[in-house]
Design a protein around this ligand. Structure first.
Ligand code: PEP
Ligand code: MN
Length: 345
């Protein structure tokens, strides 16, 4: 960390800065210029809070040298993390497709979607039993009944399950069924929830909040990892934009951006990014071309009857068509596509 003092500061100001650096267990290095003094703090910067310095009247600026996240950073862990869920891998050379309805609506709806997903070669089944809805009057999900259907579909089709946890009070019920716990975009900075899932040993799919920077997303991952759970999958699902013709704006630059900064696998969700079925296949393919480790898409047997996110859900034949194009593209990109039959659920 580099702390620049304002011109004409006296020794007492400098001493206070040095004291606070030493208090944090770091070593100060003072460089005195003709007008200004610059102090370097040498040691593990993650232990030092820049706010301890910014408030001092003699301090002009505080600049971090290291990234504020450590466990999530590629600087400290060079090789790609590969998250292995029942033999389905995400990260490194492996790519996986996660498919399923937005919400679990009924036993029949989920079983039918799981059949489509497994037949077309998806590696995971997704579906929300607890739904984060903007309106309290909208369908909130089937809760424990939905989890029960997910358990059945998992057993019948051998597809590991990705499902969202909204509230720490439901953690035991969700952990009992989920192979991957999803943290939705509205909860990326729900720090208590992140701490709770960090204390489990289930892989976590952490979605990027609609207005979060990549650094903030990686800090959220750091919350989970600092509790000892290092199996974190990051998910880009679009950010807020000015254009109402799409639900969000897919930030595909986040894929190489995150992959440069972090070793964690990155998945792209073009369904929530666009809200438009017609845009899902081209952007799913673009995500693979951009280097994503996985793609998550919503599929529904009858999207016109869906209780949530029908307009962005693919029809079964559209999903099959997407998979037929995605697999050869992924192979061209040097990826091995995790598939249903390779699983050991
Ligand atoms: C979802 O994937 O079910 C969902 C609600 O997405 P997001 O949190 O990205 O809006
Ligand atoms: Mn949805």
């Amino acid at each position: 960390m580099i702390i620049v003092l304002k011109p004409h500061t006296d020794d007492r100001d400098l001493e206070e800065v040095l004291r606070r650096i030493e208090e944090a267990g770091l070593r100060p290095h003072v460089s005195r210029g003709q007008f200004q003094t610059i102090v370097g703090a040498i040691g593990d910067e993650t232990k030092m809070d820049p706010e301890r310095f910014r408030g001092l009247p003699a301090v002009a600026s505080v600049t971090r040298i290291m990234k504020p996240y450590k466990l999530a950073s590629r600087d400290f862990h060079e090789a790609d993390t590969v998250v292995d869920v029942c033999g389905r891998k995400l990260g490194g050379r492996s790519l996986a497709v996660i498919a399923g309805p937005c919400s679990v609506e009924s036993r029949d709806q989920l079983m039918e979607t799981a059949r489509v997903a497994s037949r077309a070669g998806a590696a995971f089944l997704r579906g929300g039993a607890y739904k984060p809805r903007t309106s309290p009057y909208a369908f909130q999900g089937l809760g424990t009944e939905g989890l029960e259907y997910l358990r059945e579909a998992r057993e019948e089709f051998g597809l590991p399950v990705v499902t969202e946890l909204l509230d720490p009070r439901d953690i035991d019920a969700v952990v009992a069924v989920a192979d991957v716990i999803q943290i939705g975009a509205r909860n990326t900075q729900n720090f208590r929830l992140l701490t709770e899932v960090g204390q489990t040993r289930k892989p976590v799919l952490l979605k990027r909040g609609a207005s979060l920077t990549v650094a903030e997303l990686l800090m959220a991952a750091e919350y989970v990892m600092s509790e000892g759970n290092h199996q974190v999958i990051l998910c880009e699902r679009g950010v807020r934009s000015f254009d109402p013709s799409v639900r969000n704006m897919l930030d595909l630059s986040a894929v190489p951006n995150i992959r440069a900064a972090s070793h964690l696998p990155v998945v792209v969700d073009p369904s929530h990014a666009t809200g438009r079925r017609d845009m899902v296949p081209p952007l799913a393919l673009a995500a693979v071309a951009a280097g994503a480790d996985g793609v998550m898409v919503e599929v529904h047997p009858h999207p016109e009857d869906a209780l949530t996110d029908g307009p962005q859900s693919l029809h079964p034949e559209e999903f099959e068509d997407l998979m037929a194009r995605l697999v050869p593209l992924a192979e061209l990109m040097g990826r091995e596509v995790s598939r249903a039959e390779a699983a050991d659920v």
